[in-house]
Design a protein around this ligand. Structure first.
Ligand code: NAD
Length: 530
């Protein structure tokens, strides 16, 4: 495929040195503290604005609306969005197909320049994006900062990866032939992200798709469309031509199904729950009239992640790791530890230290930067409270267990710990996606590993031990996509911890890793007789 330089508005940029992760912001520094307050104030003044669909670069208004609400004070509308229906799926697809004609042929350097320019804009307005995450999904400052930092990382990392892929060499040159292997884009993709990393995962999946020359229809989660709208605005500011990313908030059932089933959809990149991932997989598998390819699905789904704590571990360190993994962002991470599996000889001491540590956590408005903010919406609150009731029947309540009522009606929950949970209990098997931790007693490490692997999921896991043999055994036997040894099981860093799970946790696509962009391409081998 010939590549051309198009008269786009994208200013040429090259990566500045080797990839480095974006540093975390120290909010204790007075200047950063002040900047975050100013950003919260700035964004507060912009809440409730209306955003339009963006199809082929044009703003489109629909009759139906989606209102994204602040989970700390649900009467506060964060953004009013249009609700795309099946007819908009068709329009967005046509716009994306038209854009594919030129975008797939642009120089890779133009596409990487777009990502680098977007990273630059976001870096400059980091506090502002943190504030949007605080209002739209209830992230405290550090969680919001990690989400924004990861967004920048994905843009910077995939820009470098795309350049590397463009330089890829065929392993063997036959005598008398010129042999090439060229990675070409697939076509139009549907990008379907979750709300819990509404910036990083949404932007990362979109960036990977477009930097490799595809065009996309982006359907954000209805809980977090505003941060996605902000990202598309950033891409436009960075010079993205119309139609490369078509922004279409809409319901999963109507719009989501329409775009997944569309015969011209070439691939679907999804992150979300197991049931929805499996449904998309099934729908995508059915060839539609006129469809001439097998749709590719890249599906990253839920988790039921365990930390195994051995008797020889440094208990205080293990407690810190479990608490950070279980209750960071109120347990609303696919990587969150929801099962602590502890050796019998330290079990009682561990549970007691855990209780003391959990009781020190503060819950409240993320604007005021508490340890735990709200859960994302009323349905999540009700579902988690249901699991807490189940937990009360299945084990011993050690900490928490209640919703916290506030004047503004936010969806707050106490960090909750249940001890003496059986490995096959409901709360030890089902993804709760909230601040609920099950503690399970085991006789020894081998049993601990068995319990950890006793799950349909296989996303993250950790082991705390000072024993080299146990670490090696965990390396071999602990069946998860992201294994951590003597550290928490959350907080994957782009490049260092390529992220994706086994079994029902997904297709193990390893976002932020060296193989990720390949998933958005097809390789064409060309042999020319010399
Ligand atoms: P979800 O499955 O409810 O929704 C994810 C996305 O799918 C949303 O945009 C939603 O609107 C859309 N959707 C819903 N039904 C659809 C349909 N029929 N067709 C097309 N799209 C549809 O998940 P969520 O509540 O947004 O996110 C939480 C889940 O995501 C948890 O299970 C969590 O473990 C998982 N998650 C996984 C990873 C990972 O990397 N494995 C990362 C983050 C979150």
């Amino acid at each position: 495929m010939a590549t051309v330089s198009l008269p786009t508005e994208i200013q040429p940029r090259v990566p500045q040195g080797a990839f480095k992760n974006e540093p975390f912001t120290d909010f204790k520094a007075p200047e950063n503290f002040r900047k975050m307050h100013e950003a919260l104030e700035l964004v507060r003044g912009q809440l409730g604005r209306e955003y339009r669909l963006i199809i082929g670069g044009h703003r489109v208004t629909t009759e139906g609306k989606i209102r994204s609400l602040d989970p700390s004070r649900p009467s506060q509308v964060v953004g009013v969005h249009q609700k795309a229906g099946a007819e908009h799926a068709e329009q967005a697809m046509q716009a994306a197909l038209r854009a594919f004609e030129f975008w797939s042929r642009t120089l890779v350097s133009e596409r990487t320049s777009l990502l680098l320019a977007a990273a630059e804009i976001i870096r400059k307005r980091k506090f502002e994006f943190c504030a949007w995450l605080t209002y739209e999904v209830g992230k405290n400052w550090a969680e919001a900062d990690a989400d924004v930092g990861e967004t920048i990382d994905f843009l910077e990392f995939y820009a470098r990866e795309a350049l590397r892929l463009a330089e890829a060499k065929t392993p063997i040159q036959l005598a008398g032939e010129k042999n090439e292997l060229i990675y070409i884009p697939l076509g139009v993709g549907a990008v379907i992200p979750p709300w819990n990393f509404p910036f990083a995962i949404m932007a990362g999946m979109t960036a990977a798709a477009i930097v490799t020359g595809n065009t996309v229809v982006l359907k954000p989660s209805s809980d977090s469309p505003t941060i996605a709208a902000k990202f598309v605005e950033v891409l436009e500011e960075a010079g993205m031509p119309g139609g490369v990313v078509n922004f279409c908030p809409g319901s999963g059932a109507a719009f989501g199904n329409a775009i997944v089933e569309h015969p011209k959809t070439r691939f679907i990149v999804f992150t979300g729950s197991k049931p929805v991932g499996l449904e998309i997989h099934e729908r995508a598998a059915k060839a539609q009239p006129g469809q001439i390819w097998i749709k590719r699905t890249i599906l990253e789904m839920g988790g039921k992640d365990s930390i195994v704590v051995c008797a020889d571990a440094e208990v205080d360190t293990a407690v810190e790791g479990v608490v950070a993994s279980a209750f960071g962002f109120s347990g609303q991470k696919c990587s969150a530890c929801s099962r602590a599996i502890v050796e019998a000889s330290i079990y009682d001491a561990f549970v007691e230290k855990l209780r003391e540590r959990v009781e020190k956590l503060t819950v409240g408005d993320p604007v005021a930067n508490h340890n735990l903010g709200p859960v994302v919406n009323k349905a999540a609150l009700d579902s988690i409270l249901g699991y807490i009731e189940t937990g009360k029947k299945e084990g011993r309540l050690v900490a928490g267990g209640n919703a916290i009522e506030t004047e503004a009606g936010g969806y707050f929950l106490e960090p909750t710990v249940f001890a003496d949970i059986a490995p096959d209990a409901v709360i030890a098997q089902e993804e709760i996606f909230g601040p609920v931790l099950a503690v399970i007693k085991v006789e020894n490490f081998k049993e601990g590993l068995k319990v950890a692997n006793n799950s349909e999921y296989g996303l993250t896991g950790a082991v705390y031990t000072s024993d080299r043999e146990r670490l090696d055994l965990a390396r071999q036997e602990f069946h998860v996509g992201n294994l951590y040894l003597n550290r928490k099981c959350t907080g994957a860093m782009v490049g260092a911890h390529p992220f994706g799970g086994f079994n029902m946790s997904g297709t193990d696509s390893k976002a932020g890793g060296p193989d990720y962009l390949l998933l958005f391409t097809q390789a064409k081998s060309v042999a020319e007789k010399l």
